[in-house]
Every structure is written in structure tokens, then in C-alpha cells.
Write a protein that binds this ligand. Structure first.
Ligand code: PLP
Length: 341
């Protein structure tokens, strides 16, 4: 990477591939033969339609998404999906199951209580969110509308390496994949719905991706705002209102870049249950943490402070973090250790 770029370990918005940023820079003022920037285009014009269609088809290729699923490019972040999902899939008295392995799953659960009757069937809270449950031990409700998990807990660094089989009557598993989306291959056919904010692995903030099985669309509660109704977005190919055009364009560049690198098989290697995306760590002498962060920043490694709710440090190493960044951090950690014993 170029010398004047620093290694940014932030959990999101996060570092983007330099090649993608350079491509965007080269097209910033004039996109192909359109005579204008993507930021200035009509979202209904043929140029932008070609951009969003290519972004969708590249994402379908990357994740091998079948035509049984809609791919939607929405707004409002993953947080909005915490409400949209129960509004679209449940009636107010329907029960749903939540496995809560960290703060994000907990937030999704709390939001769902407004629109349906969610139950936490397993929580890692008493063990400070350091575990994934054994799937056999889960007491799933056969009448639940769906089973919700957070695939990778960004704050606690706990990642599902495989997924529970949903035992509810419609067999629907839903996953918040915000912080490991497109970091490795996923069998989409095992899910009813996958959602992710773009701003970690696949683009800038402002775009939220929802991949939903087509038969789950069209039964939203009557109070559902139009902007949260999946059917409206699906029927209008994510162009019901003005979408986050530039963000979608950037996501498209990232998808293209991932395909050029050989697809998601190339992105990660599964080793243990530790998250490969968000790596929280602490120092034996916790009083040295501020010094660690200060020295790292002098070495051009920033955003290593842990989430305010858990403290310590956290390195987020999404796809676009170069190996050199991780190597530099590891070398720095060893050096820091040897200097401070
Ligand atoms: N879910 C997970 C796993 C996250 O990491 C985040 C944000 O960091 C969110 C949800 C909230 O996403 P957003 O800020 O896009 O609403």
C-alpha cells in the first residue's frame, strides 16, 4: 500500500481496498461516457441502472445466490433491519427465537420486542459473551417464525463457524452478517434472510444489503412503513425511492475486486472459533493500554481502542486490511511486550 496511507483497524466504517479507492478516484468526475459523476446521475437513468444491476449480479456470483432470493440494496444500516425483519415476517403475536452471542444480537432482540414476541433461547451474557452455544442444546420453539443469530459479534469477537439448523415450522434462519459479510463463502440456501451494513467488508456506510428468500416477502404488518417493506423494495428493484447511489457504486467496485481476486474462497481460512474479523485483545498490565494505543498511532496504526462497552483493544481486519498491516501490528505487539515485560 502507498506510504502515506495508514493501517486503519477500525470496526466500521473500515478500510477499503486501495485498488477500489483508486478506481473510484479515476472515475470521480466522469463515469465512462456519461459525462458526469455517479453522484450526479439519475438513479433511474440507464447508467446507474447498469451500475446497480452489475453490483447485484456480481454479489450473486460471489455468494452463489440463487434466483429464489431477492438481493436488496437498502438504507438505514443493519439497525433498521432489527425492526424491518419482525415487521415483515411476523404478526404481533408471533414468537421468534434469538440466540444472543453479543451486544448486537441483544439489540436486535430488544428492537424485535416492539413488533412480535421474541424469546432469548440462549444468551452468552453471563459468560461475558465469549461463547457460541452447542446447537444440540438449543431449545428451539417449533412455533417460532424464525431463529435469529448474529453471525459475527463485532464488539466481542465471537463468530459462528457453522450454523444451527432452524427447527421452527418454516425452517427459517436469519443472520446479521454485518461484520463478516463476504469474508468467506456462505451457503445462502440455508438462510431465510441475511443482512449486513456495507461499511465493514464491502463499501462505505449508507448501504445495507438484504438477501431474502422470495417466499418470505409480501406479508408485512399493516403498520410497516413503506421504506421498511421488503415487497416494495423487491418490486422496485431497490429503486422505489432515491437509493444511496454512490455507496452502491462503491460496493459494486468492491464486489468486482473480490471476483478479480478469485472470489471469497481466497478471503479467509477457518481455524478456530475465534473471529477473524474483529480481534479483541487486552494487555496483562491493563494500565499500559493507553500507552499501547498512543505508540501504535505514532507508528501509523490507528483505531485500535476496544469498544467502549468492553474496553481493551480491538483490531478489525476486514478484507481490505493488507497482510502488511497485520504483520506490522504483530511485530509492534512483540516489541511492546519486550519493552514493557
Ligand atoms: N450488527 C453488527 C454485527 C454490527 O457490527 C453493527 C455495527 O457495527 C450493527 C449491527 C449496526 O449497524 P449499522 O450501524 O449499519 O446500523
Amino acid at each position: 500500500q502507498s506510504q502515506d496511507r495508514i493501517f486503519n483497524f477500525a470496526a466500521g466504517p473500515a478500510t477499503l481496498p486501495e485498488s477500489v479507492l483508486k478506481k473510484a478516484e479515476s472515475e470521480l468526475y466522469i463515469w465512462r461516457d456519461s459525462g458526469m459523476s455517479v453522484m450526479e446521475m439519475s438513479h433511474r437513468g440507464k447508467d446507474f441502472v447498469s451500475i446497480i444491476e452489475k453490483a447485484e449480479s456480481d454479489l450473486r456470483l460471489l455468494l452463489n445466490i440463487s434466483s429464489d432470493y431477492h438481493v436488496l440494496f437498502l438504507q438505514g444500516g443493519a439497525t433498521t433491519q432489527f425492526a424491518a425483519i419482525p415487521l415483515n415476517l411476523c404478526k404481533p403475536n408471533d414468537s421468534v427465537d434469538f440466540v444472543v452471542t453479543g451486544s448486537w444480537g441483544d439489540k436486535a432482540f430488544k428492537e424485535a420486542t416492539k413488533y412480535c414476541k421474541p424469546n432469548v433461547i440462549w444468551s452468552g451474557k453471563s459468560e461475558k459473551y465469549t461463547k457460541i452455544p452447542s446447537f444440540e442444546a438449543l431449545e428451539q420453539d417449533p412455533n417460532a417464525k424464525y431463529l435469529h443469530i448474529c453471525g459475527n459479534e463485532t464488539i466481542h469477537g465471537v463468530e459462528f463457524k457453522n450454523y444451527p439448523v432452524p427447527l421452527n415450522k418454516d425452517g427459517i434462519l436469519i443472520a446479521d452478517m454485518s461484520s463478516h459479510f463476504c469474508s468467506k463463502p456462505v451457503d445462502v440456501s440455508k438462510f431465510g434472510l441475511i443482512y449486513a451494513g456495507a461499511q465493514k467488508n464491502v463499501g462505505p456506510s449508507g448501504v445495507t444489503i438484504v438477501i431474502i428468500r422470495k417466499d418470505l416477502v409480501g406479508n408485512a404488518q399493516e403498520i410497516t412503513p413503506v421504506m421498511l417493506d421488503y415487497k416494495i423494495h423487491a418490486d422496485n428493484k431497490s429503486l422505489y425511492n432515491t437509493p444511496p447511489c454512490y455507496g452502491i457504486y462503491m460496493c459494486g467496485l468492491v464486489f468486482e475486486d473480490l471476483l478479480n481476486q478469485g472470489g471469497l474462497e481466497q478471503m479467509s481460512v477457518e481455524k478456530s472459533v475465534r473471529s477473524l474479523m474483529n480481534v479483541p485483545f487486552t494487555l496483562e498490565k491493563s494500565e499500559l493500554e493507553a500507552e499501547f494505543i498512543k505508540e501504535a498511532s505514532k507508528e501509523k496504526m490507528v483505531q485500535l481502542k476496544g469498544h467502549r462497552s468492553v474496553g481493551g483493544m480491538r483490531a478489525s481486519i476486514y478484507n481490505a486490511m493488507p497482510l502488511a498491516g497485520v504483520e506490522k501490528l504483530v511485530a509492534f505487539m512483540k516489541d511492546f511486550q519486550s519493552r514493557h515485560g
